[in-house]
Design a protein around this ligand. Sequence first.
Ligand SMILES: [Zn+2]
Length: 490
Amino acid sequence: MLTMVLAVGFHSLEAKSIKLAISGSNEEIKAFEEREITYFSFSGLVDITGGMIDWETIGHRVTYVKDTNRYVFVVGSPYFKRNDSLFNMTYPAMFKDGLLYLPAETFISFLDQFTHEKISWSRGSGTIRIDSEYFNVTDMSISPKANGLLIEIFLTGALAYDIYVTEGNWVNVSIRDGKLNVPRIQMRRDSRYMYDLKTHQQPETGQISLRLKRKVDKWTHKIQNDPPRIQISIADVNFALEPSDTNPQIGPDEKIDVIVIDPGHGGAHYGAIGPRGTREKDIALSIAKELAKLIRKDKQFKVIMTRDRDKTVTLQDRADIANKASCDLFVSIHANSSLKKHVRGWNVFFLAPAKNDSARAVAQFENSAFFKDQLGTKPEPDNDNGSTYDDPILTILNEMIMTEFQAESYDFAMMVDREFRRKLKIPARGVDQAGFYVLNMIFAPSILVESGFISNSSEEKTLEKGGYQKDLAKAVYDAIKRFKAKYESQ
Ligand SMILES: [Zn+2]
């Protein structure tokens, strides 16, 4: 049982601080008031209630995906799309300080119609109230035991359920009248034990499906009280992974030796452009060449580049090159850009749902090549009612939460971060996560390096320097060796 209260406190017509209370704890999200209308940070709400936001072009069109619902908002327009229908919330969506704001007065009642929870807005108390008592399947845990694995599914009371195991080590739990707290359950993905975790909310049942990494042969289940939960014990029959026929194991074998280096953009795709005209595609290629040269000297590795000259390569082609080579590690090299010219520093990204808008914006920019490749044109940012999306693309965005190699990618990103902090002179922005299309398609641990801000004039110069490019390449190389040492000895 979960009750969420968003309390909006007003003292003036200026920027507001918003109180958010969830089960006794308090947090804050942002809001402001304009002409008697309260605008709340939708980005802030989504960070708490789950789902994914993606910016199609920075600050113009925003897609929000949660469960089976896909919303598209256009900054400055009162129209929004939900799946295939167009709605008018009377007041426009707003963009402020990197966040999407929506009018509480009108949007909340739409949201209430579309979601399982009871959502209401009270202007008097400045409160958005979300009652999630609706959920009766509240959480899940998965933990190793001496002789196997224990999966627990937490309920608010006893519910009838059915468990069946299907090909490919899928354990499916179907709960009658189960109402899944999907964001919470999806948080329990753990790549140490599972390849995949799916949730299906249907009118009569809630289903959770886990594709486990170990073979499911012997298993037992029972319902427990205090707290009410379904316990599933998977007994280890054989620790060795048995790849199923339908889902062949792609990617890292026991050796970590095939390194794919991916210089971002190229050819018709310039990437970001600096104030002096430096092009991201050129910087990415020079750094990638430095890195390739370094790794090639080390005979224990094999290096493959997705491009070694200035040519157009689609994101799909990059992924295909990596996967055909049975890539063990994938490094995509880029340079960052911001409208704020003072912003500086390097970043290392791995693939996971973005946790903040600046990471989303970076992913959106890097993904835009994909949209261009697919659609032939840049989507029209100010088009209110025609969708330029093809459904398959949204399906892919929807599936971005792919976690097969998330733990390893994160670990690799942290190793690169450590080397960068030691070796690079420009500020550290650290490791972050976002939904990069190119990483999503790689069946191996993968990272995307933003080597600095080309939009900052001093960093633009630094990025052009051979010394900086060499330092960066050396840092990535050292991290690769570190990764190999750690994962091959396991
Ligand atoms: Zn880029």
